[in-house]
Design a binder for this molecule. Structure first.
Ligand SMILES: Nc1ncnc2c1ncn2[C@@H]1O[C@H](COP(=O)(O)OP(=O)(O)O)[C@@H](O)[C@H]1O
Ligand SMILES: [Mg+2]
Length: 449
């Protein structure tokens, strides 16, 4: 293994026996000399070759069932490969999917000791770090309860707190983090940043393409147990998107094209309807807006519904392609429908963009004096569209939608949705503006001698 590799995977395959009926497993065991086969083989991983350099952060993407968790478990040694070998250099800490890692009968505290010991820490080292672990997990007195009583959120908090406080040289994180709330996720990701700044190698599975693009030096795409490609995160993520949103009849061909990296085929397969960044393939240096189906607000708060309903709030490009991963500086449409159930007068529709922490960054509302909005009949559908230039700096943002009308003497919300949609502005090295909004500030420097 080359000296700068942290993880080296050679020809790794994993076969799971599949029994059509549970008792087939027993029948097979009882058959003469265990020879009769009642199983079929399922190849969860096929001939994976992969070398991960020290200090790199690698994102793994792929559909459900593509073998991501199986690969991570093999890297962590909790699952043995059927073929091939894995070498890991340095202390490895892992946050695998729920169920792995903790003993459910032990208390949180006992599990901290158990886990940290397995990770190679002595008792005094654990004691030194205990305060950090407990404060990061922030689960209060639950620490003295058996882990089986934990919610999945608490479980992940504690598991992550241990994993990051044992100063891992290799940190492996499966999708577990998606269980936590947004605030906790942020805390985890900022910790992952620190761990990688300290020189550790990080390997993680994420459904959020944005996170992979933001955090990783490299990404790999697994599909059907095969490593389809390995490369720059932006490119891997956009080809992954292309694969999953391609019409079924094109998927096989796109898959083969990605695997053999034949760009012409991939580009030729591209249609506007697949909602994937076409140019990103041909011209991987230019960012293109795209749609991440996992980027959905955790909860939409619906307020007053007094005679109208807001529906289908979404962002799109100017030619109508739905997107939620935006490019700084470009223009987008924010559209929603208002369906009325009664006659409304002096209708006004509004929008607001807020940050994750709730800061209102910008909003707009239609003109109440518009003639067609003076009296809107029942059972009408109004489509409201705002054209926005995205001057927000990279980050995650939420959208509101609201519809007001005059009800007697005053104006009132007829329907209002908070956090009805969310989007991200993608990081781009070309942006020099700082803070929340790009005020198109110019700079000049003169040398005075
Ligand atoms: N213990 C097991 N027995 C049989 N099949 C399994 C087992 N574990 C995983 N698989 C199968 O292997 C495939 C890959 O699973 P997994 O690695 O969990 O995928 P991912 O994490 O990408 O969603 C899936 O089809 C899954 O059903
Ligand atoms: Mg998985």
């Amino acid at each position: 293994m080359s000296s700068d590799a942290a993880v080296k995977i050679c020809g790794v395959g994993k076969v799971f026996p599949i029994y059509a009926k549970p008792h087939h497993r027993l029948l097979e065991m009882l058959s003469p000399r265990g020879m009769e086969r009642f199983r079929s083989d399922f190849h969860a991983l096929k001939g994976i070759d992969l070398e991960i350099r020290k200090g790199h952060t690698v994102g793994i993407v792929g559909r459900n069932g593509s073998g991501k968790s199986t690969l991570l478990q093999i890297i962590c040694g909790t699952l043995a490969p059927t073929t091939g070998s894995v070498e890991v250099v340095g202390r490895l800490a892992a946050l695998l999917e729920l169920g792995a890692g903790f003993n459910p009968e032990f208390t949180g505290l006992e599990n901290v000791y158990l886990n940290a010991t397995i990770l190679g820490l002595g008792r005094s080292e654990i004691e030194q770090r205990l305060d950090d672990i407990l404060s990061f997990a922030d689960i209060g007195n639950f620490i003295n309860q058996p882990v089986k009583n934990y919610s999945s959120g608490m479980y992940v908090r504690l598991a992550f707190a241990v994993a990051i406080n044992v100063t891992p040289e290799v940190l492996v994180v499966d999708e577990a983090l998606s269980v936590g709330d947004e605030a906790f996720q942020r805390k985890c990701f900022s910790r992952i940043e620190k761990i990688r700044e300290a020189g550790a190698t990080v390997l993680f599975v994420s459904h959020s393409a944005g996170t992979v693009v933001d955090l990783c030096d490299q990404a790999i795409l697994l599909d059907g147990g095969e490593l389809l490609m390995q490369g720059a995160p932006k490119r891997v993520v956009s080809l992954y998107q292309k694969l999953i949103y391609a019409p079924t009849e094109q998927q096989l061909e796109i898959r083969e094209a990605i695997r053999s990296d034949t760009e012409s085929v991939i580009a030729a397969q591209t249609t506007e309807s697949t909602a994937v960044p076409e140019k990103a393939v041909k011209e991987s240096t230019k960012l293109e807006a795209w749609y991440d189906p996992h980027l959905l607000p955790a909860s939409v708060i619906a307020y007053q519904d007094r005679g109208a309903t807001i529906e289908d709030a979404h962002l799109s490009t100017l030619n109508g392609r739905r997107v939620n991963m935006l490019v700084h500086g470009e223009e987008y449409l924010y559209t929603y429908k208002v369906k009325t159930r009664r006659t409304l007068s002096r209708v006004r529709c509004g929008m607001m963009i807020r940050t994750t922490t709730g800061i209102e960054v910008g909003g707009a509302a239609t003109d109440p004096a518009m003639p067609q909005m003076q009296l809107v009949s029942a059972d009408a559908t109004i489509e409201v569209c705002f054209r926005i230039r995205c001057l927000l700096n990279p980050g995650t943002y939420f959208l509101n939608a609201g519809c007001l009308a005059d009800t007697g003497a005053m104006e009132e919300y007829i329907d209002r949705r908070v956090d009805v949609a969310m989007f991200r502005v993608m990081p781009d090295h070309a942006i020099r503006a700082t803070a929340l909004v790009d005020l198109v500030i110019d700079d000049s420097i003169e040398w005075r001698t």
